[in-house]
Design a protein around this ligand. Structure first.
Ligand code: A2P
Length: 342
């Protein structure tokens, strides 16, 4: 079997796809031929990969039998149509969209949490990458959950605009520039209200129960990934005027008491987490500084809940485009390549 791979990146011009190409190069993923794919609008343009200029191809024309691995990040509708076609052609798809996350037989994987599930790629040829907010939350919670089962999670998120793609990054930049220059903003196109200098308590569609789909993704995905539907999740997700890096305030309750000192020890020893918590001004992680262009999930402000015996509070920051999307996808692909396809 191969130990170098032909790889397609679907959505190669997008906020996540561009970073996928960077990370594949940075981590020296064993790529033989790289195929960047996007819409007909981008076909014929080029990207740089490992010092070479590669032409972007039109997804609709691409023959997936040429590749063994496909990394998808072009939206749920594209994955819905093309991931099964790619899998049918023998390509294993690692899908960054939400389309297959709850699908029967499709593993939903964070390598540090449930990497063993990658083996289930054989069911449908598709592995799903979780939601960005779920990934950083569960990377942080996994060592605690292994020590003292988590019973309840209260979480509030503060999410960067890059999670909505490049158009949202431009919308925040443009609105900020206009407002700082004393000009009125244009009618927003990505968000329903001004995002610059504002906070929107709304991410993704509203559901019948009053929660948003982003909030329900955190509920649904946590049960599937931890393989435990008894872990209660009570989320509020908000969009903040930050370009890169999601922050989360977590309030959890465990089956037995975990002290702040013990929690710190567990976070310190875990894979993928980095504690930054000196209990002084600036001694904590923030999105724009630590949570952008880095790989770790940072844990700060670790303290015991004043109102619940087995409660712990902490602050979690991570790069939503890297660990929340592109990096996690590539870590899955690395394990897939090394353990199953080589
Ligand atoms: P394109 O740049 O050609 O539109 P973002 O998440 O930053 O909004 O990026 C979305 C990604 O999905 C881009 O790479 C975009 O390509 C790609 N994409 C959007 N629509 C399609 C489509 N119909 N077919 C293929 N790729 C698409």
């Amino acid at each position: 079997m191969a130990n170098v791979f032909d790889v397609a990146v679907v959505g190669a011009t997008g906020a996540v796809g561009q970073v996928m190409l960077e990370i594949l190069e940075e981590r020296d993923f064993p790529v033989r031929n790289m195929y960047p794919l996007a819409s007909p609008r981008s076909a014929g343009k080029t990207v740089q990969f490992k010092g070479r200029t590669i032409t972007i191809e039109d997804l609709t024309e691409f023959d997936f039998s040429q590749v063994q691995i496909g990394l998808f990040s072009a939206g749920g509708d594209i994955s819905k149509d093309y991931a099964p076609k790619a899998a049918e052609a023998g390509c294993v798809v690692v899908d960054n969209t939400s389309y297959f996350r709850q699908a029967e037989g499709v593993p939903l994987v964070i390598p540090e949490v449930n990497g063993h599930r990658i083996a289930d790629y054989t069911n449908r040829g598709i592995i799903a990458n979780p939601n960005c907010s779920t990934i950083q939350m569960l990377v942080a919670l996994k060592p605690l959950h292994d020590f003292a089962t988590i019973e309840r999670i209260n979480v509030a998120t503060y999410q960067a605009v890059s999670g909505s793609g490049n158009a949202a990054v431009s919308e925040l930049a443009d609105q900020s520039a206009r407002l700082l220059n004393g000009q009125p903003i244009e009618e927003p196109t990505v968000y329903p209200k001004q995002i610059a200098f504002n906070v929107l308590p709304h991410i993704d569609d509203f559901m019948d129960n009053g929660y948003t789909k982003e909030e329900m993704k955190m509920v649904w995905e946590t049960g599937k990934i931890l393989e435990n539907e008894n872990v209660l999740v009570n989320p509020t997700t908000a969009r903040v005027p930050v370009f890169y890096g999601h922050s989360e305030a977590l309030h959890i309750e465990t089956s037995t008491k975990v002290t702040a000192a013990k929690a710190r020890e567990l976070f310190d020893a875990a894979a993928g987490t980095s504690v930054m918590d000196t209990r002084e001004p600036g001694g904590y992680a923030t999105a724009a500084i630590e949570g952008a262009t880095t790989d770790d999930v940072f844990v700060s402000r670790i303290r015991e809940d004043l109102t619940a015996d087995n409660g712990l509070d902490f602050w979690v920051v991570s790069d939503n485009v890297r660990k929340g999307a592109a990096l996690n996808t590539i870590q899955i692909a690395e394990r897939l390549a090394a353990d199953y396809l080589s």
